[in-house]
Design a protein around this ligand. Sequence first.
Ligand code: NDP
Length: 335
Amino acid sequence: QKALITGVTSYIGAHIAQQLLEKGWYVRGTVRSQAKAQWLHDTFKGGDRFETVEVKDIQKKESFTEAVKGVDYVFHVASPFFTNPKDPYEDLIYPAINGTVSLLSAVHEHGPSVKRVVVTSSYAAVMKPHPEDPNYVYTESEWNDVAFQAVEKEGKNVSGSVAYIASKNEAERAAWKFVETTKPKYELSVINPVYVFGPAIHHVAKAEDINTSVAIIYSFVSGAKKTLNPHSIFSNYVDVRDVAFAHIQAAVLPEAAGQRFITVGGAFSDNLIASTIKKNFPQYADKLPKEGWNEKDINPKTEADNSKSRNVLGVNYISLEKSVVDTIESIKQFI
Ligand code: NDP
């Protein structure tokens, strides 16, 4: 089997590639940076089963013309993930939507062998706030259309997080709309991960380059975080190895076609992460935030339902403790 992964040099993309190579697949990845690509070639030692192709501009469908040829499955992972855009549209929303649609059109026109495309969306495209009901349980039937409405209303002044959330919601909406209107030969599945933790195996040259979700864990030991905040809704984690596994299952299982899947291992709180680091890495105890320690915040509950991913995809979620420990191990050189 041969797969194309867009954004193979990303935190999540590198894990999908690694798991596919371990299964004996051939993997082609699109990259923007040769240094990041070389790191993966060195890491995987995949020989002729791992290749990378340069795709600088994901917004142009011509960019993917060659990349989609001769592959059986496509994983569309590439999308900007940061929350301090200069311009919410140019930096986040357009690349997310246009990148998705250009990839889907390129597969439609030039990838006749592709059976299924799996798009990496986000729980951001699910978690529409329900302040009226603190016990609301989120399932795959929910959409977070309010984020883009906020972007339209507030324009460039909108918060960067809301702009990122909107980019994911609108890109996933665009993906489903594309298959509904174009009716391509391939099938579509979507993965909606919450915050992803776990080992970083992609190229991270310096601390500032740590990807957004791993940076949450890093902030506990870097001195950036001064206070442990009380638990709030939407603080959920999933391990990157489970996310990669879910992508692969969503590609190959017949029953996953046409479906979206929330991937969530459970909830986290600042107190739970800090105590996990303290217990497992006593050498970093004095680096942890000094303020806000509170036993009551150590057992947070998730509002996100993971039953569909467990039942259909067979994900058996890695614990927060293992995920945090393995994250810290992988970024030790920056502590
Ligand atoms: P990364 O920042 O490591 O990955 C982002 C990837 O997208 C990189 O490969 C990056 O390329 C590529 N990319 C970003 N902007 C552009 C652009 N304008 N043109 C071309 N390529 C671009 O983070 P993650 O691995 O976490 O993110 C991967 C996917 O997972 C994204 O779609 C993200 O929205 C989604 N996601 C992540 C979650 C998390 O908590 N980590 C949670 C939910 C969803 P390059 O490698 O060259 O920088």
